[in-house]
Design a protein around this ligand. Structure first.
Ligand code: ADP
Length: 258
């Protein structure tokens, strides 16, 4: 039996997901990067014993990438189902990570899957496929990151139940660091204090602030023997910004705190 992915529950997300799955309602995870959205879906797929197919959407992701295409095999052209079609037929959970990044035709393609029809139209084959009983569509969206440009339209958002993910409370974040990396509690606490401090420095105008993922990376480096200050500098501060003055200021701050 494959070991369950480690996921520390934050609120009612597990319960909500189970009910959404049972009621066949698509699920939207909202929140900044590195707050456990992907980990949560891996955990839920394991709990429900379902295959998980993850697509990291980017600006070139099209409906063809998801639905499928003809490919040339020797002298023949053969149809190949894309990941969405596979999930629809097999009854897997499909996770469209950062859905707002994808091309608009992706949103159009999933519409009929996100309402009572639960079917996928494969335009290139002129076929409609009814979704398997167990199929579920899950998407994530980062409201802050897409500020101003890539929004998710209300007509799309309202097809999902949505749960917000954010940086966990200090105590929980410490536990996550210890569980993920085996780092000692004292160091985990210091890392979380650093994150809390930087998250409160809103005047820095960072596009995204310190995520749990960055703290996990710093903790892993420290646990593997890299000096603490260097670990925090490269795993927490440098990824946040390229502004050299801000980097220096944040490194000074972190050096005092670790
Ligand atoms: P997202 O999908 O929101 O960008 P991830 O799920 O990849 O973020 O989370 C980044 C990392 O943070 C994970 O690999 C894991 O180490 C850690 N993490 C964040 N939140 C949790 C949580 N609630 N339980 C366990 N690990 C978490």
């Amino acid at each position: 039996m494959i070991k369950a992915p480690y996921y520390h529950t934050i609120g009612k997300e597990v319960e909500v997901f189970e009910h959404a799955y049972g009621s066949k309602i698509p699920f939207l995870l909202k929140g900044p990067t590195g707050t456990g959205k992907s980990r949560f879906i891996e955990y839920m797929a394991h709990e429900l014993d379902k295959r998980l197919i993850t697509i990291s959407c980017h600006e070139e992701t099209s409906s063809t990438d998801l639905i499928g295409r003809y490919i040339i095999k020797g002298a023949e052209t053969v149809w190949m189902d894309g990941p969405l079609t596979i999930a629809v037929k097999e009854g897997a959970i499909i996770y469209l990570d950062e859905i707002a990044e994808a091309r608009p035709d992706v949103i159009v393609a999933i519409h009929s899957l996100t309402d009572h029809r639960r079917e996928l139209f494969i335009d290139k084959l002129g076929e409609t496929v009814k979704a398997h009983e167990d199929f579920m569509l899950v998407a994530s969206f980062n409201p802050g990151y897409q500020r101003g440009f890539k929004e998710l339209k209300p007509s799309t958002r309202q097809r999902f139940v949505a749960v917000s993910f954010d940086y966990p409370e200090a105590q929980i974040e410490q536990e996550i660091l210890v569980s993920e990396t085996d780092i000692d509690k004292g160091t985990a606490k210091k890392l979380v204090n650093i994150a809390t401090k930087i998250r409160n420095l809103t005047e820095l105008g960072l596009t995204e602030t310190v995520s749990t993922r960055l703290l996990v990376d710093a903790a892993k480096l420290i646990h593997s023997g890299l000096p603490k200050r260097l670990s925090v500098g490269v795993a927490v501060v440098e990824p946040l910004t390229d502004d050299t003055e801000v980097v220096e200021a944040l490194k000074d701050l972190c050096d005092l705190m670790i």
